[in-house]
Design a protein around this ligand. Structure first.
Ligand code: ZN
Length: 229
């Protein structure tokens, strides 16, 4: 099992790819996911599942393009899409695609997931953990809670955790604990940190590093500005 960060930048786009033997799984589909997959010459027929952490645009604006591309290439095998229960954006985008076309050649199988759920795809196991992530506008002006989950991929003894966006919560520690590699939200610059933001919106790089110690290795994602990842 290998993990690739296709692209990750807070407020722009985040998408990762898990490869397991012949199959690919995409985790979040921010804007440019289709481009990123083309760039890496990925065989689109081998993408078996899409896992969405939450419905914010920088994590799923590329979903429609991906589905559109599957239609153009006359994909035959079904695509499984997993998203947090109650994620309106995912429901609506998939619905819009299905309502726009009656001539696409593949089946879309959707699964609403929540903390505690487990998914099995051949010998890949995926455990779902509830995250805490509020909607926010402007400069971290917090509005209301949105549904968000993290995913832990387990294959042949290797475990990879991907947090998506999250504030500090017990689910996050459970998600990361003992993983071989954990990809953790590291959005906040230190000067932005307040308890409210840290608990409800995103982690800072310092906090992500702290949480990352629960895993064997951690990789910060969803950074701002010019920083990598
Ligand atoms: Zn978000």
């Amino acid at each position: 099992m290998n993990t690739t960060i296709l692209y990750s930048k807070a407020g722009i786009a985040t998408q990762l790819m898990i490869s397991v033997e012949e199959d690919f799984f995409i985790v979040d589909t921010g804007d440019g996911t289709l481009r990123d997959l083309f760039f890496r010459k990925i065989d689109f027929g081998k993408i078996k599942g899409i896992f969405l952490t939450h419905g914010h645009y920088d994590h799923m604006a590329g979903l429609y393009a991906l589905l559109g591309h599957f239609r153009i290439i006359e994909r035959r095998c079904p695509i499984n899409i997993y998203f947090p229960k109650g994620c309106k954006e995912a429901e609506q985008i998939i619905f819009a695609f299905q309502e726009s076309y009656d001539d696409f050649s593949f089946k879309i199988q959707t699964y609403e997931v929540k903390g505690g759920d487990e998914v099995k795809i051949k010998d890949l196991e995926v455990k779902i953990y509830q995250m805490r992530h509020y909607a926010a506008v402007g400069v971290n002006r917090i509005l209301h809670p949105d549904v968000a989950v993290g995913y832990r991929f387990i294959h042949q003894g290797k475990e990879v955790a991907i947090s998506g966006d999250t504030g500090m919560c017990s689910g996050l520690i459970e998600l990361v604990r003992g993983a071989d590699v954990a990809y953790i939200d590291s959005t906040l610059e230190e000067e932005e940190v307040t308890d409210t933001i840290l608990n409800n919106l995103h982690l800072s790089q310092k906090k992500a590093e702290e949480i990352g110690r629960f895993a064997k290795k951690y990789i910060p994602i969803h950074l701002q500005g010019d920083e990598e990842n």
